[in-house]
Design a protein around this ligand. Structure first.
Ligand code: ATP
Ligand code: ZN
Length: 300
């Protein structure tokens, strides 16, 4: 089962914010798997692909060392590792294959309530706590700001209250953690989302083929999420108006209706969400018998 030459090994986060979405993505791409006893691996039953569960911070290293062919991890971790390798004089070898539509967050400078912050110069001579010292150092360097970076491995948000730092630089998505810790978001220094990285080491033709198939399937999965299939009837004379109302659709299929010379059926894939308001506008423009169906799979 574990043939290194033919089976793809994909590193996913073991337990955390990216885990459910990453596993769900693999399943939507068609993967059926069985779990290993140790819960560290899942073995693909219908695809030559196995999943390895690890801490997200280890994923770039596993791909760098060619232990895994692919890994799913946040751009924040990818960028931090890339800079850390460069700082050590090691060339980062992992390539970014594609970004994914989840794990969205931003790395931001946050400031304790009541403390003033105007721009990066406000950080001059201050202590900033973070788990992303390399990204922060680059940001400060680019702005010619001298500040002390306090590198922590977690619980960054309580550093100001403990007197360990004046500011923090941490990941934010909704901002509720900042709020709960009496901090406000002053500046974003990196936008992040999940991404797939791949080894630059040449792989066998079989593996390459599966990497290609997997990326095509992921593309399809990401596209159908928002897509809907719309079917409706319309008088020919109203077609131009109705086409304008179909959200994000390419050329629709127009079929004559049997025994009804004036009316046609319009079928279209809409790549955006279809709201009730859109249906009401379509009806207002002369459409009838409007059906909206989910799209399950799509291959461009
Ligand atoms: P691990 O035990 O694997 O090291 P972790 O504590 O480093 O886990 P999580 O908190 O699960 O990691 O976050 C994993 C990734 O999810 C982050 O690196 C980031 O890319 C993304 N993410 C999305 N929203 C947030 C958020 N609000 N806070 C932190 N990370 C977020
Ligand atoms: Zn981590």
């Amino acid at each position: 089962m574990m043939d290194k030459a033919t089976r793809l090994k994909v590193a996913l986060q073991k337990s955390g914010r990216l885990t459910d979405n990453s596993l769900d993505l693999m399943v939507r791409c068609g993967l059926k798997y069985s779990r290993g006893k140790d819960q560290l691996m899942c073995y693909g039953e219908n695809m030559p692909l196995d999943l390895l569960f690890v801490r997200d911070d280890d994923i770039p290293d596993l791909v760098q060392q060619d232990v895994c062919d692919l890994g799913i991890v946040g751009l924040n971790v990818i960028e931090e590792k890339r800079l850390a390798f460069q700082a050590k004089g090691v060339q980062p070898l992992f390539d970014q294959l594609m970004t994914l539509d989840y794990g969205k967050c931003r790395l931001s400078i946050a400031v304790p309530d009541g403390v003033e912050y105007k721009d990066a110069r406000s950080l001059h001579g201050k202590r900033i706590a973070t788990t992303y010292p390399n990204i922060l150092a680059r940001y400060l360097r680019q702005r010619d700001v001298q500040a002390e970076i306090v590198t922590l491995s977690g619980a960054v948000e309580i550093a100001p209250r403990l007197g360990r730092a004046d500011f923090i630089c941490d990941l934010v998505s909704t901002g509720s953690t900042l709020l709960a810790n009496h901090l406000w978001e002053a500046e974003t220094i990196l936008e992040s989302q999940a991404a797939i990285i791949t080894t630059p080491v040449p792989v066998s033709a079989e593996k390459q083929d599966w990497i290609h198939r997997l990326t095509m399937r992921i593309d399809g999965v990401q596209q159908v999420k928002e897509s809907k299939y719309i079917m409706l009837h319309a008088p020919r004379s109203k077609l131009a108006d109705i086409r304008k109302l179909l959200p994000g659709s390419e050329s629709p299929t127009i079929v004559p209706l049997d025994g009804n010379g004036d009316k046609v059926a319009v079928h279209a894939v809409c790549r955006e969400n279809v709201f009730w308001e859109t249906l009401e506008s379509l009806k207002g423009a002369g459409a009838s018998a409007i059906l909206v169906l989910p799209v399950e799979k799509m291959l461009a």
